[in-house]
Design a protein around this ligand. Structure first.
Ligand SMILES: [Zn+2]
Length: 87
């Protein structure tokens, strides 16, 4: 539950960057909306707007289908920084 504190600021990071298109291959731009277990973060925590949250959800699902992001992470394999090895 301590994680909730990390998302104090409420603004859409994607609006700030004026993102109109998300590439499923560009994982670094998706990491803001993935938890350490590669789950899609809910909008109430990330502060994303509805439009971008929908885009993210769609893009993450594409990335999962392309095996760029795992669907599930086993309990033992949980890492604090999931994108350490990607980049
Ligand atoms: Zn937005």
């Amino acid at each position: 539950m301590a994680e909730k504190r990390r998302f104090k600021k409420r603004y859409c990071k994607y609006c700030e960057r004026k993102t109109d298109f998300m590439d499923y291959k560009d994982i670094s731009s998706l990491k803001f909306s993935l938890s350490e277990r590669y789950k899609i973060m809910p909008r109430r925590l990330t502060g994303n707007c509805k439009r971008h949250q929908d885009m993210i959800a769609k893009t993450i699902k594409q990335a999962r289908a392309a095996a760029l992001i795992p669907y599930t992470v086993s309990r033992k394999a949980v890492v604090l920084t999931p994108f350490e090895e990607i980049k």
